[in-house]
Design a protein around this ligand. Structure first.
Ligand SMILES: Cc1cc2nc3c(=O)[nH]c(=O)nc-3n(C[C@H](O)[C@H](O)[C@H](O)COP(=O)(O)OP(=O)(O)OC[C@H]3O[C@@H](n4cnc5c(N)ncnc54)[C@H](O)[C@@H]3O)c2cc1C
Length: 359
C-alpha cells in the first residue's frame, strides 16, 4: 500500500461518515477496516438516530433521502413492563422522525454506497501505530504489512489501536453485562409482547429487552448489574415475560461492557486524532453512534476548512468534541445506573411521565 494522505482506521458509523463528508468536499481518504468484507459479520441491532447528531451528520453528508428510505419511525414505540407483566409505560410514537430506528446494516450499506469504489480497504486489521522519523504516522497491520499517511484518524472503536498514540487511557468495566439471547421469529406468539418498537422488562439490576427488527423478528437481550450475574437472573418473573427469552433462538453472545473515563482529554499531537468510541466510549444507552457520527461531521468540516493545515483542523475538532461529549457521557452513566438500580421500574415510569427520578 502506498502512503495515504488521510487514513481512517475503522469502517463503523464514525469512520464511514468521515470518509463521506471528506468526499463531499473533494478530499480523498482511505478507510482501513479489519472485517474481511461488508458481509463478514452481522452488524447487530438497530440504532435510534437523533436529529441534532446522527441525523444532522447524514443530512450534512447529503444522505437525508437515503436515510429516510431505511428509517423506521414506528421503531420508537416503547413498552415497559415489571417482572409480573404489568404495563408501566406504553409509549406509541407519532411515526415522526424524532428518533427513528435504523438497522445497523442498512446504515452501513447506505454509507458504503455513498463512497467511491475502493475507499474502504477490507481485511486490514491495524496491529499498532507509531511515528516515523519525519513525525508522520506509520501503521503496522496484523499481517505484518506497513503503510504511512499524513493524517491518521482512529475510528476503530472501543479497543482502538490508534488511541495509545494519544493517551494511556484504556476502557474499564462499567459494571454492566450484556447478553444477546438471539431472535424470536416474527410469527411466534411471544413476539407479540413487543409491539412495533421496543419492550423493556425492568427488575432490580436486570433488564430483559426485545427490539423489533425491520424483517419483523425480535432481537432479545439481557442487561445485568454485575452482582445480579448468575444462572437465572429472571428467576421468579412471570412466565408472560420470560416467554420472550425462552423463545429466542440463535447464538448467545455475552459481553462485559467497558467505558472510558468521563471527560477524557489528551494534548493535541500532530497528524493524529480519534473519534467515536475510540475517543469517548460511553454506556450504551443511545448516544454512542450518534456522537461518533457528529464527531465525524465536525472533523470532516474542520479538515475541509483547514486544507493546508490539518493540525489546526485537529485542534479545533478536539476542543469542540471534548466539550460536547463529556456531559453526554456523564448523562449516559447516570441513565445506565438508573436503569440497573434497585428502583429502576419506578424511576423509569417517572422519567417517561416527565417527573423527577432517582428519589
Ligand atoms: C448493545 C448495544 C446497543 C447500542 N445501541 C445504541 C443506540 O441505540 N444508539 C447509539 O447511538 N449507540 C448505540 N450503541 C453504541 C454504538 O454501537 C457505538 O457507540 C458506535 O457503533 C460507535 O461507532 P464507531 O464508528 O466509533 O465505532 P464502531 O461502531 O465500534 O466501529 C469500529 C470499526 O472499526 C473496526 N476495527 C476495530 N478494530 C480495528 C483494527 N484494529 N483495525 C481495523 N479496523 C478495526 C471494526 O471492525 C468496526 O467496523 C450501542 C452499543 C451496544 C453495545
Amino acid at each position: 500500500m502506498t502512503d495515504m494522505r488521510i487514513a481512517i482506521v475503522g469502517g463503523g458509523p464514525g469512520g464511514l461518515v468521515l470518509a463521506r463528508v471528506l468526499h463531499r468536499h473533494g478530499i480523498a481518504a482511505t478507510v482501513l477496516e479489519a472485517d474481511p468484507s461488508p458481509t463478514a459479520r452481522p452488524q447487530g441491532g438497530s440504532l435510534d438516530l437523533h436529529p441534532e447528531s446522527g441525523q444532522r451528520a447524514l443530512r450534512e453528508a447529503g444522505l437525508e433521502r437515503q436515510f429516510r428510505a431505511v428509517a423506521r419511525p414506528e421503531g420508537q414505540d416503547l413498552r415497559i413492563l415489571d417482572p409480573t407483566g404489568a404495563v408501566l409505560v406504553e409509549h406509541t410514537s407519532a411515526d415522526d422522525m424524532a428518533r427513528p430506528e435504523v438497522e445497523r446494516t442498512g446504515l452501513r450499506d447506505l454509507l458504503l454506497d455513498s463512497l467511491p469504489a475502493g475507499t474502504v480497504v477490507w481485511g486490514h486489521r491495524l496491529d499498532r501505530a507509531d511515528t516515523r522519523p519525519d513525525g508522520t504516522p506509520r501503521l503496522t497491520f496484523a499481517d505484518g504489512t506497513t503503510a504511512g499517511c499524513d493524517v491518521l484518524v482512529g475510528a476503530d472503536g472501543a479497543w482502538s489501536r490508534v488511541r495509545p498514540l494519544l493517551t494511556d487511557a484504556v476502557p474499564q468495566p462499567s459494571g454492566k453485562i450484556g447478553i444477546d439471547l438471539g431472535a424470536v421469529a416474527a410469527d411466534h406468539p411471544a413476539a407479540d409482547l413487543v409491539g412495533r418498537g421496543s419492550l423493556w422488562v425492568i427488575g432490580d439490576g436486570v433488564v430483559l429487552s426485545g427490539q423489533r427488527a425491520a424483517d419483523g423478528t425480535v432481537r432479545v437481550h439481557l442487561s445485568l448489574r454485575a452482582d445480579r450475574d448468575g444462572p437465572d437472573p429472571t428467576a421468579g418473573w412471570s412466565s408472560t415475560v420470560t416467554a420472550l427469552a425462552d423463545a429466542a433462538e440463535g447464538p448467545v453472545v455475552r459481553r462485559s461492557h467497558a467505558v472510558l473515563p468521563v471527560g477524557l482529554t489528551w494534548a493535541p499531537q500532530p497528524c493524529v486524532t480519534l473519534l467515536g468510541d475510540a475517543a469517548h466510549l460511553m454506556p450504551s444507552v443511545g448516544e454512542g453512534a450518534n456522537q461518533a457520527m457528529l464527531d465525524a461531521l465536525e472533523l470532516g468540516l474542520a479538515i475541509a476548512a483547514h486544507r493546508t493545515d490539518p493540525d489546526a483542523a485537529i485542534r479545533r475538532y478536539e476542543q469542540e468534541m471534548f466539550a460536547r461529549t463529556a456531559p453526554i457521557a456523564a448523562r449516559c452513566a447516570a441513565v445506565e445506573s438508573m436503569m440497573l438500580g434497585p428502583t429502576a421500574a419506578a424511576d423509569m415510569t417517572r422519567f417517561f411521565a416527565g417527573g423527577p427520578v432517582g428519589s
